[in-house]
Design a protein around this ligand. Structure first.
Ligand SMILES: Nc1ncnc2c1ncn2[C@@H]1O[C@H](COP(=O)(O)OP(=O)(O)OP(=O)(O)O)[C@@H](O)[C@H]1O
Ligand SMILES: [Mg+2]
Length: 396
């Protein structure tokens, strides 16, 4: 908090907690800080160790003046608490005369400043608090920037991993595709030859099923790895959604799953590859269906939002210039995804389905299709549990 003095200069205000069992010293500090003209202090004092621990944990003050010698504890213990809790307030250790050896130790434990009590007059105390708080704020900014950097690096590593998996997969897929085609032709030949032999027919059909399954995996791999060529046209997304729902009608029906549509009254046309979008929707619908083996509700919701609703921080002017975002939310009432699996579901081949049922490529392919469209795909568990929400976003 800050306020203006008569000259309209901003006077900084600091919340300060003194932790010291010497009441006289506390009164002195109170007086000294009160008479300070360049900063304003909201001063509190406690002689009690536990109260100090609670305050550090609540992170409620800008600065903590911590006496080195407390009744049953020492100030270093409080520094440890503050550091462990990543306390954002600046901790300043106060020592008596002759305790200067704790200086180094105090810094190691996270103190920003160290002062001998008897030397700390008003201006010095004021300056130390101000500098310590600034230092701590800068440190916090740096820490936040570092976190961001780390998150971006992780994304880059993940993208690189996807890239190499993609390249590898493309090579393998091409190698497998040709033998599969030859086997398939061979099976056709046998089928014609063995039209009258029931046993032979059964065996050929089973082999044919196996080849079809393998072919599906190969096709998925190629979809995932090949730089997809998009055939984008202005499309009505509601029509695309209806088509995709039609393809999975049977899967939903046998599991007694109801479809609830909450569609935006008017959806602008968007520039997409309809077939690729159908592929994305089908995978999401089938994932949802699989998560609801005993029935449930599949909700399909579309919304049109302006970009500034999605990204805060745009100025009004820039928000008017930029376009709109269509979001498609697909919710199920299924089993949900365990939290520790949430960051793996986009990995190619990550599946919790039995072998032969899922290839684990669905979401990997869906995500890359959405990214190619300049859109996004997010999967999360619903806030109140009981199912998953997939959100697709497309710029129009
Ligand atoms: N709606 C959902 N509810 C619960 N789990 C889900 C849901 N959607 C995805 N998952 C989890 O994410 C995993 C990966 O999904 P993804 O679509 O990529 O592959 P898959 O469905 O297992 O196989 P494929 O789609 O290739 O046939 C699933 O195996 C499942 O564990
Ligand atoms: Mg799937």
């Amino acid at each position: 908090m800050s306020e203006f003095d008569g000259d309209f200069t901003v006077i900084p205000e600091y919340k300060v907690l003194l932790i010291d069992d010497d009441k006289t010293y506390a009164q002195l500090v109170r007086r000294v800080l009160k008479s300070c003209r360049t900063s304003r202090f909201d001063f509190e004092w406690t002689p009690d160790f536990q109260t100090a621990v609670d305050s550090l944990e609540a992170d409620a003050h800008d600065a903590y003046l911590i006496d080195y010698k407390l009744a049953d504890h020492d100030g270093l213990e409080l520094l440890k608490v503050g550091s462990r809790r990543n306390c954002r307030g600046a901790m300043i250790l106060l020592t008596g005369a002759g305790d200067s050896s704790v200086d180094q130790k105090a810094l190691e434990l996270g103190a920003v400043e160290y002062m001998e009590k008897h030397r700390a007059d008003g201006p010095m105390l004021e300056r130390s608090i101000r500098y310590a708080v600034q230092w701590k704020r800068k440190e916090e900014e740096l820490r936040a920037a570092n976190e961001q950097l780390k998150a971006h690096q992780m994304q880059l590593i993940q993208a690189e991993k996807m890239n190499s998996v993609g390249r590898l997969a493309a090579g393998i897929a091409h190698e497998i595709k040709n033998p599969l085609a030859i086997i398939s032709m061979g099976l056709d030949f046998f089928r014609n030859k063995s039209a009258k032999d029931e046993g032979m027919k059964l065996a050929v059909d089973e082999m044919d099923d196996a080849v079809t399954r393998a072919d599906r995996i190969v096709k998925g791999l190629l979809d995932f790895s090949a730089p997809l060529e998009l055939k984008q046209r202005a499309e009505d997304l509601h029509a695309v959604l209806s088509k995709a729902l039609m393809f999975v009608r049977h899967e939903l029906h046998i599991r007694h799953i109801k479809v609830k549509r909450e569609l935006a009254p008017k959806l602008p046309l968007c520039h997409v590859d309809a077939n690729k979008f159908i592929q994305v929707f089908i995978n999401i619908f089938l994932n949802a269906a699989y998560a609801m083996p005993n029935g449930g509700v599949l909700t399909v919701r579309t919304k049109v939002r302006s970009l500034d609703e999605v990204f805060t921080g745009l100025t009004e002017d820039s928000a008017e210039e930029v376009g709109k975002v269509i979001t498609v939310e697909i919710e199920d009432t299924g089993v949900g995804i365990p939290e520790d699996k949430l960051d793996k579901i986009y990995d190619p081949f990550f599946t919790t389905k039995p072998t032969g049922v899922g290839t684990g490529l669905g979401l990997a392919v869906a995500k890359s299709i959405m990214l190619l469209h300049g859109g996004g795909l997010d999967v999360e568990n619903k806030e109140n549990g009981g199912g998953v929400r997939v959100t697709l976003s497309i710029l129009v």
